[in-house]
Ligand binder design. Sequence first.
Ligand code: FMN
Ligand code: SF4
Length: 522
Amino acid sequence: MSVRIFVPKDAAAVAVGADELAAALAEAVRISGATVDIVRTGSRGMLWLEPLIEVEHDGVRYGYGPVELSDIDDLVAAGLLTEKDVSHRTALGPTEDIPFFKSQTRLTFARCGIVDPASLRDYLGHDGYKGLKRALSLRSLEIIEEVTKSGLRGRGGAGFPTGIKWKTVHDAQADRKYIVCNADEGDSGTFADRMIMEGDPFVLVEGMTIAGIAVGATKGYIYVRSEYPHVIAALNTAISAAHNAGYLGRSIAGSEYAFELEVRVGAGAYVCGEETSLLDSLEGKRGVVRAKPPLPAHKGLFGRPTVINNVLSLSAVPYIMAEGAQAYFDYGMGRSRGTMPIQLAGNIKYGGLYETAFGITLGELVDKLGGGTRTGREVRAVQVGGPLGAYFPRALFDTPFDYEAFAAKDGLIGHGGVVVFDNTVDMAKQARFAFEFCAIESCGKCTPCRIGSIRGAETMDRIIAGESGERANLDLVTDLCNTMKFGSLCALGGFTPYPVMSALTHFPEDFAIKSPLPAAAE
Ligand SMILES: Cc1cc2nc3c(=O)[nH]c(=O)nc-3n(C[C@H](O)[C@H](O)[C@H](O)COP(=O)(O)O)c2cc1C
Ligand code: SF4
């Protein structure tokens, strides 16, 4: 039997040389005459080990990483193409025994890094389309009931119960309905959507197909940011393979249901991740936030009832349908059920994708799994939930990863991005950055966001410059934050106060006057 060597083609691995490694390995195989298959997979999510190559022996994959091009000759000479667990500087032993990997609960990411994302056969061989098969044996309301009972909440940021959203679209009367997948993934430090779409695109295709059957939609769109060319290619390959095999098209797996899927590429704006401006963008307009009501579930894409869900929400559905709502619900805590693919990023030693049940504490994530900072300095602040998320100081590291627990600390878990900063960070500058980011990305529709963010950045400039009268400036920042929080139309303006106020609350020392201006002449 031939040996199989796995080399990721995930963008993060490709960025550090995975394509060159695959080519060098292919050449080494050709020269040696060994019977070896090189399979390109997604990433295992341990980004500090990329490029991570794996060699399978007796069903166990042995990892080597990070591997450099110059390591290939040594690895081959040591027996990589034939032997198990060869001795080399990069040898890691069985990949799934690496503590970072072993302690995870991979439900959504179960296949990522394991299967060939371009192969429908591989997908089917790893329980793919098991969820669809079960969905086809149920009535549409029973599917929705399963999703509701699983406790799944939107992974895009707001945490809205997915089953309730689907039921609203199911109940809406219309000649046509849509499923839209939000793959804009604009949050800082997040990459889970990208990783699953590159590593296991069929799971999203399956999840969207189940959603279509459940609510009575026959057409779906995946709105992908243009910065994700590998995703776009992987999705198009998967969609055409699913189509050719009858998993998409006029009769899904021989049933009476029809469902078509198309990839649409965004033009690059953070606000186009907001669901209503995403719909405008999909319709070919400039992405501007729509006032609600009407909800997209009633009047969404082209004025029709539309389910709009994040990649991770839709990708969790095949597991829920295949294993049952209870199996998913059994993980997690409180009202946060199931697992969350958490992304450890920023200044962190062991960055990557960590899927786990809700309930793990921020401290465990940052210190234990992440290993602290990459610079080796003390961790000072952690921003959770993207650019609109709060900064957490070490004093709050006992907060469990849970929607309500984070909200109780004036934070949010958002899309699960965790960005770590060491003790060289200047939190006043971070607060200024939040205002500046909002000013740049604002769609401009409402005044608190459009003007407030600019006034906020200007006021922070005065504080940072050490202008006298700092109390008045800090009061002004607080006042602006309240206006933005309660007066903005969407969460871009409404949540910018989170990073600003958390920085001010937890790190007040950074807002003190640093270099007082000379006293004005009398
Ligand atoms: C400014 C802004 C940007 C957003 N960006 C994204 C995004 O990139 N991806 C995403 O899934 N949701 C994003 N959202 C949340 C969406 O509006 C929406 O809640 C989500 O797509 C619903 O899907 P879910 O229920 O599965 O989370 C954003 C919201 C705001 C206000
Ligand atoms: S808060 Fe900002 S992004 Fe949202 S609608 Fe208002 S101006 Fe647009």
